[in-house]
Design a protein around this ligand. Structure first.
Ligand code: L34
Length: 294
């Protein structure tokens, strides 16, 4: 069993990005600038956005954090997005999810200029992704592709099972892995809450990707010997003995499943960290106009 080390990979990618930023600075070209909008006080969102801002500093990007109270109205948030769309210095921006219940996520996503949509959530980017056109890939699936690629894990022709059909992970990664591309060319099955006899499906998987958000859901008897297991779940479990009062666990019962795997991602230290570096990669591409040349 080999661990797919998200910490190592994300540091490696950050070094590559930092080297590119250094070149941009030497050429006196524009420096990438990412803005993040954080609404409310959700502790997990605060920690993820902090990590995004810190990562910008590490690679030499400019960053802007816009913090708003959870009482902000949809109209006010749309005005902020309008301003970010028009601000020439901002190459890309994100609105961290989840948003308070009185705000319609779809309306917010649609308001973001696809050229600045470094989360890759806008239907324009999603549609381009589905058709294999240049686009901003959603950060978590992009991070998973990087993990498979950088560990030289063969995907072509493999049976791949994805658990969960969210717009930001399950659905896009299932499309990406079935595309005629590298990594890609897998035979993909997308399983969800209405799937019958789930273990029958998961046991066939050469590559199993879980993006459910249910702690320790994937048990050893659901996994084939030698499978590659990618755990996207980041679940906070109360733990009085832990320093922060909780600990993080994935969707996969790691202790029991890991010995059966050829490769497995840990939580923490796996896919989550790759989500952040993929956002940086998208922001760099936005700055260089690589996806949408003017
Ligand atoms: N708009 N909303 C928008 N874009 C995103 O890409 C996200 N996501 C998801 C939630 N909402 C979003 C994130 O940023 C999940 N996510 C995310 C980002 C970073 C990490 C996890 C999820 C991460 O850094 N995880 C670390 C440790 C986290 C901790 O200590 O709490 C890890 O090692 O997994």
């Amino acid at each position: 069993m080999e661990l797919i080390d998200g910490k190592f990979l994300s540091n490696e990618i950050k070094l590559e990005i930092a080297a590119e930023v250094k070149e941009l600075k030497e050429k006196e070209a524009k420096i990438p600038h990412l803005a993040a909008v954080l609404v409310g006080e959700d502790p997990a969102s605060q920690s993820y956005v902090r990590s995004k801002v810190r990562s910008c500093e590490q690679v030499g990007f400019k960053s802007t954090l816009i913090r708003e109270d959870s009482s902000i109205t949809e109209e006010e948030l749309l005005l902020i997005i309008e301003k970010l769309n028009k601000d020439d210095d901002i190459d890309g921006f994100i609105v961290q999810l989840p948003l308070p219940r009185h705000i319609n996520d779809d309306k917010i996503t649609l308001a973001i200029d696809p050229k600045k949509d470094v989360d890759g959530f806008h239907p324009m980017n999603f549609g381009r992704m589905a058709q294999g056109m240049p686009c901003f890939l959603p950060a978590t699936p992009f991070g998973i592709l990087q993990m498979l690629d950088r560990y030289n894990i063969e995907v072509e022709g493999k049976e791949c099972v994805v658990l969960g059909r969210s717009n930001i992970v399950g659905t896009p990664i299932s499309i990406l892995l079935s595309r005629k591309a590298r990594p890609g060319n897998a035979t993909v099955q997308l399983c969800h809450s209405r799937t019958k006899d789930l273990p029958m499906h998961t046991r066939r998987a050469d590559i199993l990707i879980s993006a459910l958000g249910i702690p320790n859901f994937v048990k050893a008897d659901m996994v084939k010997e030698g499978a590659v297991v990618i755990d996207v779940g980041i679940n906070r479990i109360d733990d009085a003995n832990a320093k922060r009062g909780y600990r993080l666990v994935g969707d996969v019962d790691f202790e029991a499943v890991a010995p059966k795997c050829s490769y497995i991602t840990p939580v923490p230290g796996g896919v989550g960290l790759m989500t952040v570096t993929s956002l940086l990669k998208n922001t760099l591409m936005a700055c260089k106009g690589e996806i949408y040349p003017d």
